[in-house]
Design a protein around this ligand. Structure first.
Ligand code: DGI
Ligand code: FE
Ligand code: FE
Length: 195
């Protein structure tokens, strides 16, 4: 499928507002891909399809999680917002014939993240946070950081999400903590005299 066909396919699945978001993620992912030496075509495809199942009914998503061996069952005990990513990867493989596992992983982990994410996964996940349609406190700083250091920006993005969830007394999916930990760089020690 070419870009226009992919866009037409996803347009049928999501709201107009979410489609605008998808276009923003596509453009941002494509730009970050160039900047960080990631395959632009893969980044575009994953970005176009990343929220394919965002509005699927809960029951339909639960059923797919239950009968797909590759989808971790512990998702069912966490926020439903996490489901559309794993279900989406499965559905675009099944219904749209997407076979590139790197693209499927970028869709699968775009919400939760995971430890040691591939560059393509990072690009899509970060683009999802900072696309032009996103408005939340700190997004401007995140956009600036994304231009300098993708890992640092993504570590902060996951950190913000963890704080958001904790403040609302919600569970945090373990992969999000692993994702952040694997992106945080050790701070240089202060007050150590140079020899
Ligand atoms: O689908 P989008 O709205 O574009 O963005 P997304 O796929 O990153 O979904 C983010 C939502 O998921 C956000 O409202 C927080 C919620 N969420 C719930 N539990 C978790 C979580 N996000 C992460 N990263 N980890 C969680 O444990
Ligand atoms: Fe999403
Ligand atoms: Fe999204």
């Amino acid at each position: 499928m070419n870009r226009e066909q992919l866009l037409a396919a996803v347009k049928e699945q999501i709201t107009k507002h979410r489609y605008e978001h998808t276009l923003g993620v596509m453009e941002t992912a494509s730009r970050l891909a160039v900047k960080y030496g990631v395959n632009v075509k893969q980044a575009e495809t994953a970005a176009i399809l990343h929220d394919y199942c965002k509005f699927w009914p809960e029951d339909k998503m639960r059923e797919i999680i239950e009968r797909t061996p590759a989808i971790p069952k512990d998702l069912l005990e966490h926020d439903k917002e996490l489901w559309h990513a794993h279900v989406g990867a499965e559905v675009v493989r099944r219904d749209l014939g997407i076979q590139d596992n790197e693209i499927l992983d970028a869709i699968r982990y775009h919400t939760s993240g995971r430890e040691n994410m591939a560059p393509l996964e990072k690009v899509v996940c970060l683009a999802d946070y900072i696309e032009p349609g996103r408005h939340f406190p700190g997004v401007e700083e995140l956009r600036e950081l994304a231009e300098e250091d993708m890992d640092h920006a993504l570590a902060r993005a996951f950190g913000n999400t963890i704080i958001f969830l904790v403040n609302r007394e919600k569970k945090v999916y373990p992969l999000t903590v692993f994702a952040r930990n694997s992106l945080v760089k050790p701070k240089k020690k202060k007050n150590v005299q140079e020899e």
